[in-house]
Design a protein around this ligand. Sequence first.
Ligand code: ARG
Ligand code: ZN
Length: 876
Amino acid sequence: MSEPQAIYLSDYQPPAYRVTRTELTFELEPHATRVRARLHLERHENYGHGEPLVLNGEQLTTLAVAVDGQALNDNEYRIEDERLTILRPPERFVLDTEVEINPSANTALEGLYVSGSMFCTQCEPEGFRRITWYPDRPDVMATFETTLIGDRDQLPVMLSNGNPVEWGELPGGRHFVTWQDPHPKPSYLFALVAGELEKLEDRFTTMSGREVTLQLWVEARNTDKTEWAMESLKRAMRWDEQAYGREYDLDRFMIVAVDDFNMGAMENKGLNIFNSAAVLANPATTTDAAFQRIDSIVAHEYFHNWSGNRVTCRDWFQLALKEGFTVFRDQSYTEDTQSAAVSRIQNVAMLRTAQFAEDAGPTAHPVRPDHFIEISNFYTLTVYEKGAEVVRMLRNLVGPETFRRGSDRYFERFDGQAVRVEDFVATMAEVSGLELDQFMRWYSQAGTPQLSVQGEYDGQTRQYHLTIEQHTPATPGQPEKPPLHIPIRMGLLGPDGEALELVVNGESRGTDTVLALQQECQSWTFEQLDAAPVPSLLRGFSAPVRLEHAWSRDELALLMRFDEDGFNRWDAGQRLALAALEDMMAAWRAGDAVKLDERLIEVWHGLLNAPADDRSVLAEMLRLPTEAWIAEQQSVVDVDAIHAAREAAIGQLADRLYADFERVYHANQLDVPYAPTPEQVAARSLKNVALSYLVATGEREPLMLAQAQFEADHNMTDARAALTLLAHSDASDLGDPAVRAFGERWAHDPLVMDQWFATQVTRPQQDVMERLKFLMEHQAFSLKNPNRVRALIGTFVNSNRVNFHRLDGEGYRLLADVVIELNRLNPEIAARMVTPLTRFRRFDEQRQQLMRAELERIRREPLSRNLYEVVEKALA
Ligand code: ARG
Ligand code: ZN
């Protein structure tokens, strides 16, 4: 095998031929599916006579190639390197091809594959080329007509994009359906599904009065898990009309649930395909967190109909154009329909642990990468989550009304086109009159900017000077980073926590303002202040940066209680806890008594006794910084100190605030029927946090509470919270029977078994290794199913840090074995799973060596392009 080569954004060439119309016929057979494609082609104005037509294809057995009805001679076309070249095609012509493919052997889950007893597709980004010969690139958009032929009994339902226009019986027990999609689309939005499926059907009337049929297709055993996603879909459709003026554009919208799926879901035109974990829900099997995740993914895929499908990407380097914008849209939807503060807190917590780590590691890349070997490796937190932050900054810079005018103009102007990030930003610049050239660096520059802030109060002049410096560390291939345009929302608090008026150059800006940092170092002066203020900086996390300022612990406690910004109240709490944990880690290393700062106990006591105006935010404030976030603060990650200090802090909070937690636990019991409403979610979240502290005392009594909650089994949120506490306790007389009972009760439901796996492998004790190996042999586990792999292996390596990083190297070895196996089965998943090993430079010498040795062992395998790219970067 020759070394895989990188592709560069700067090498982009427009396509030589457009496809005006694509007609496909599938004869569906698990081992040998026939695909006939008829493409109507036209040469582009910019290309001359004799320009060859190049089509992509992978793993196709080619049976026929004809131009305008004439089979081609050997000297009229060439097949090599996964390319079919038609040498001297006419200016306008019809190309017919016929290929055979093997969906049942497709374990990569890209292209057409078999999941259980159904056929389904995943074409984004480059899966369509595993189905038929095609110019498989997003800037080639065609209308599609698709005929599906299959066994009437085994495949009674056969779906594709658009509307069904013809159907009927065929000889030999077969039948056919023809679908037409009138909207021109790139091949990555093509989909088909066939199988024995049942549907939940509903209707939606759009804002202009059009009737749309909504269908959610599932296997029969899942019909009791469809209602929530249907509700979400209708809510999302209404929201997009109200918030963005976007209406749905076909007569039907279909969602299908599939068990084997690499990602969350896919926005195929009119036929979204979902990982069953991202769509199926009911109270008995699904936690609050999963209900919310499903809600946001259903919304996300629906929103793509405009941000992605009607206006699509010119090339895959522009992926964030659709993904960053659409994540921003789904986040806004969640903020409007759930607790806005909690939603922001959770998104930021994820971004600044996982995305910051990506930005600081060997695979760091800009929101718009400029080269790649395998584009599937770039469906990353940087493209999605940082991409969404960039859009959020734009909205904050231009203001919400102008942003809406900008998005209206963007959708209108580029409807039906394949465009670039520049087109989006230029539209915002145009409607706002702002100069956004410097802002564009957010798309091209990798790495997380670091801001350091100095405040100086002058009692003589009654002025407060705020100086902010920015610096972005080097990332692979980008040693020097010019300054970025960074919006910093902020305010000032007085000594009693009151919001101070911000007076700059004699003018009042209220109590909340945005500073635009554009230079390497900039200062602002606030006037008419009677005492040194406490700055509240980066409110709402107004930019994806690390911000340092030397707040005293008392100042943090003040911000935590009084800041008008809910996000910053939470963040001040995290900073205060981090400071306390640092003391504890230092004591632990020195072998001294590990004691928690009294101030934190006091502040928490206050929190637990304050009138609860927002219980969901309170629940978030009662969670200590995660081990991953603590690790992000350290130059060399000290896995064991982090774990020891954090556990000690939890234990001391539990002992000292026992009565408070007990009261909160009992005060937040609900006796209403389950619903994943923001109020109920908040109550359960608070109750279960409280229970976890009670159990952390190590006493028997709270474990009995957990056992009672587990057995009461009111809903999965409470049952799983209780199960986790029991399974992680040392009381095996309570833990073991609970784990066993849960596993037996839910053996028939793979999505619940995934939770069962995850719960067991997060157990912090050393014996978890044996348990993990045992579970890898469990009949409910399979390396072929990405959900199983993520639930068991992914959860262990990402959420059980002390055990994954054990010094005997067992955790690393186990992951490398799995990755080597996955490299053969499913390269995309293999390249994702290997991530924790690629971060070896963050750890001590001993761990570095162990991790590096495993990466080198992986490198000796014949690697897929996906894994090759990641492992090479890690070892470079
Ligand atoms: N566009 C899909 C989304 O909604 C994700 C598709 C990812 N495909 C892949 N092969 N990784 O975000
Ligand atoms: Zn998306």
